[in-house]
Every structure is written in structure tokens, then in C-alpha cells.
Design a protein around this ligand. Structure first.
Ligand SMILES: Cc1cc2nc3c(=O)[nH]c(=O)nc-3n(C[C@H](O)[C@H](O)[C@H](O)COP(=O)(O)OP(=O)(O)OC[C@H]3O[C@@H](n4cnc5c(N)ncnc54)[C@H](O)[C@@H]3O)c2cc1C
Length: 388
């Protein structure tokens, strides 16, 4: 039987970051095997994301995770020396009632205490910076002044993958289909092609399929696929200037992309969907997205829809926050799941943290223990009251 020190199930951004931090950052000499069922990543969340990074979270851990993410994204270079095209235009989060303004203010104080470069803006200040926006119904805005924006998701994935391979990680195009278990530990990962890989540790980086993997070890995991439709459009008269990723008071999000913009919103209702259901919800554009866009800016009234796709969030139904680390009932299975729409920006810190758990037996740089998988079975939500 083939053996490895560490088998990573899932080779998109989280699995690739774990492999990179083990083999490149830590120069781990042991054998690391990454098993990926679709090396084209056609349906991986990583490939279908809006690729934003923000420091405007409501918990210190998530803020610090993204601060490392920003450092990493700024400095990262792919195999040919190319960067990640980081557009550091910030996030602009808008509130239109007293409760929203209060939440933005509370989060702002925490973000500033963590050293985030963010500013609260009155509606008049929002209008002065972004004159195309209708601010009549707003109570407050919060803007990231540096460190936030969006970047090339696939360049990050390619770069992590290529560098980890060059440092000795083995990437297998195969599907993990089960575990061989003994005494509450994973002894081997079974492969769709028929073989098995014996291992000391397994990392569950299977994205929306994470609960299937957890079930092989008898662990229930409240993570499920939720569909998000993304609309690309162009404006007859585009607003001028460097625009941020805007999260409207309605929770609609919108940011520049190429010659136009992309936008979307969490649907209501928001049911779990089948793993192979990637049919966009086309009606959402006319019924929800376009009216909200037009309400926020006259520039978003005369627009042309130029593209649509759907992707899946791996949705943690307990608290919409990452689920990390080892589970007491199977200590050599490491979870890196449940990112609920913010896992791309969390990949650098999560990869570093999982490498520390495996190699050092605990977190060394940033303590991620309040995102432990153990909270899931204990009904201890650690809610991220940010925006999805
Ligand atoms: C529309 C949309 C917008 C988003 N916008 C943002 C954003 O702006 N910022 C942000 O930070 N995040 C965003 N996200 C979320 C982000 O994309 C995800 O959190 C992140 O990509 C998760 O990465 P992952 O590696 O865990 O999962 P995935 O990218 O889904 O990868 C999981 C991989 O595991 C493989 N796999 C699964 N099961 C097996 C198995 N049994 N054997 C072998 N391989 C397996 C799959 O083939 C897949 O490649 C967005 C997501 C979507 C859908």
C-alpha cells in the first residue's frame, strides 16, 4: 500500500495552501499527497468566487486571518514571478437604519483596535467620495482604506499548487471515497481508482463535500452547498473613478470587473442544493439585483447583462464561520471547512494554521482555536455577523 505522512482531500485553494505551508513555508520533509477529483476545478468554489478580501469582520480572529491574507496576497509570486493583480480598492459597506449603523460602528472599533485601516463615513462623505451613489436612505458607510480589495483567485491557486509540487508534494488526480479506520483514527484514505494511501494525518479540504468526508469517520458536520448566482453587466454610462467592492444595505454586493461589474445577493429562501446543481437563478437579476442596483446608483439603471454563473458556498449552518482543526473522536483528521463565502481570503492563514497543528501540535502564529470543529457538536456558535 502507498503511504504518506499527510493526505489532503481536495486540491483547491484550501488544500493547496495547506500543501504550500507544509512543503514550502515549513520545508516539511515528509510525504504530502493532495487528492483532487477535478483538476480543471470547473465547480470548485475557488474558481467561481468573487475573490474579495476584507478586514471588515466582526470577530478579532477573522480580522487577523484576513490581515495575514493581505500580506500574503501582496507578496505572493507565481512560478514566473507574476503577482496576484491585487486591486486594493477597499470594501464599502453601507447601512440604512440605526441598527445597521450601530453594527458598523461596533465592528469599526474592533477593526481599528486590530490595526485595520478602515474609516466610518457619513452619507455626505460617502457621496463626496462616490458621487454616483444615492445616499438619501443611508445612515452610515464603512470603507477599507487599504488592505482590502480583490485579486486573481486562479493565479493564487496555480501558484500554491506549482510551488508545493516543486517542493515535493504529490498531486493525485483521483477521488477519495472512504477511510479505513482503526481505534478512532484514519489509517488509510481509499481512492476511487481502487488503491489506498496509508497516512498519519488527513486534512479535509473538500469544500462543499466536506460533510461527506466527515461522515466516513462517523462525524456529523453541518456544512452544506448553498447556491450563489453572479451577474456580470456593463453600464451605458459607467461611474468614474476607482470603485470599491460595495456591500449595499440590502446585502447586495457589486464590484468592478473588466469593462463592467459583477454583482449578487444571498437569495431568500436559501436552501441547500444538490452537489451538481449549478443552474444560475436567472430571475434573480430582474426581480432583485437590478432594482437594488438602480436604487443605489442611476449609473446602474441603464445596464446590459453580459454574463451569469452560479457557484456554491460551503455553508456552515451553525454560525457561517470556518470549521477548523482536529476532532476529539478522530484526532488525526483535520478539518478546514465551512467557510460560508469567505474562504478564499482565509486560505493563507488557514493553510499556515493547519500546518502548525500537524507539525507543532498547536497554533503558533495566530490562535484559530475559537473556530474549532469541536464547537459544532457542542452547540457553541461563533457567529460572524459580517456579510455573506
Ligand atoms: C459566488 C462565490 C463568491 C465568492 N466570493 C468570495 C470572496 O469574495 N472572497 C472569499 O474569500 N471567498 C469567496 N467565496 C468563497 C470561496 O470561494 C471559498 O470559501 C473557497 O474557495 C473554499 O475553498 P476550498 O478549497 O475549501 O473549496 P473548493 O474550492 O470548493 O474546493 C474543494 C475541492 O475539493 C475537491 N474534492 C471534494 N471532494 C473530494 C474528494 N472526495 N476527493 C477528491 N477531491 C475532492 C473538489 O473537486 C474541489 O476542487 C465565494 C464563493 C462563491 C461560490
Amino acid at each position: 500500500m502507498e503511504t504518506a505522512d499527510i493526505v489532503v482531500i481536495g486540491g483547491a485553494v484550501i488544500g493547496a495552501s495547506v500543501a504550500w505551508h507544509l512543503k514550502v513555508a515549513r520545508r516539511f520533509r515528509g510525504r504530502v499527497v493532495v487528492v483532487e477529483r477535478d483538476s480543471a476545478y470547473a465547480r470548485a468554489s475557488t474558481a467561481l468566487a468573487a475573490s474579495g478580501i476584507r478586514h471588515q469582520f466582526s470577530s478579532e480572529t477573522n480580522i487577523r486571518i484576513s490581515q495575514y491574507g493581505t500580506e500574503f496576497i501582496r507578496e505572493f509570486r507565481g512560478p514566473d514571478g507574476e503577482g496576484l493583480s491585487f486591486r486594493e480598492n477597499g470594501y464599502l459597506i453601507l447601512a440604512s437604519d440605526a441598527a445597521g449603523a450601530e453594527a458598523l460602528t461596533r465592528n469599526h472599533l474592533l477593526q481599528r483596535a486590530c490595526g485595520a485601516d478602515v474609516a466610518l463615513l457619513s452619507p455626505a462623505e460617502v457621496a463626496a467620495r462616490f458621487p454616483h451613489l444615492n445616499v438619501e436612505d443611508l445612515t452610515l458607510g464603512s470603507l477599507g482604506l487599504s488592505g482590502e480589495g480583490w485579486f486573481d483567485n486562479m493565479a493564487l491557486l496555480r501558484g500554491l499548487r506549482t510551488a508545493s509540487q516543486a517542493a515535493g508534494a504529490v498531486w493525485l488526480r483521483d477521488e477519495a471515497v472512504g477511510f479505513a479506520m482503526r481505534d478512532g483514527r484514519v489509517m488509510a484514505v481509499k481512492l476511487g481508482s481502487g488503491g489506498e494511501i496509508g497516512c498519519d494525518h488527513v486534512v479535509n479540504a473538500a469544500g462543499t463535500r466536506a460533510a461527506l468526508v466527515a461522515a466516513w469517520a462517523g462525524i456529523p458536520l453541518a456544512v452544506e452547498p448553498r447556491k450563489r448566482t453572479v451577474f456580470h453587466f456593463t453600464c451605458q454610462t459607467p461611474p468614474a473613478g476607482a470603485l470599491p467592492l460595495m456591500i449595499d444595505a440590502s446585502r447586495l454586493w457589486c464590484r468592478p470587473e473588466g469593462e463592467g461589474f459583477i454583482a449578487g445577493i444571498g437569495p431568500d429562501p436559501d436552501p441547500a442544493v444538490a452537489h451538481d446543481d449549478f443552474e444560475p437563478r436567472y430571475a434573480e437579476f430582474e426581480e432583485v439585483v437590478w432594482p437594488l442596483l438602480a436604487n443605489r446608483s442611476p449609473a446602474f439603471d441603464a445596464i446590459r447583462l453580459t454574463g451569469v454563473w452560479a457557484g456554491h458556498y460551503s455553508w456552515n449552518t451553525l454560525d457561517q464561520n470556518a470549521v477548523l482543526g482536529a476532532h476529539a473522536s478522530c484526532p488525526n483528521l483535520i478539518f478546514a471547512n465551512g467557510f460560508s463565502g469567505h474562504g478564499l481570503q482565509q486560505a493563507p492563514a488557514v493553510g499556515r494554521g493547519m500546518a502548525e497543528l500537524i507539525l507543532d501540535g498547536g497554533y503558533r502564529t495566530l490562535d484559530l482555536s475559537d473556530l474549532s470543529v469541536m464547537r459544532m457538536g457542542q452547540g457553541r456558535p461563533n457567529t460572524e455577523a459580517g456579510i455573506y
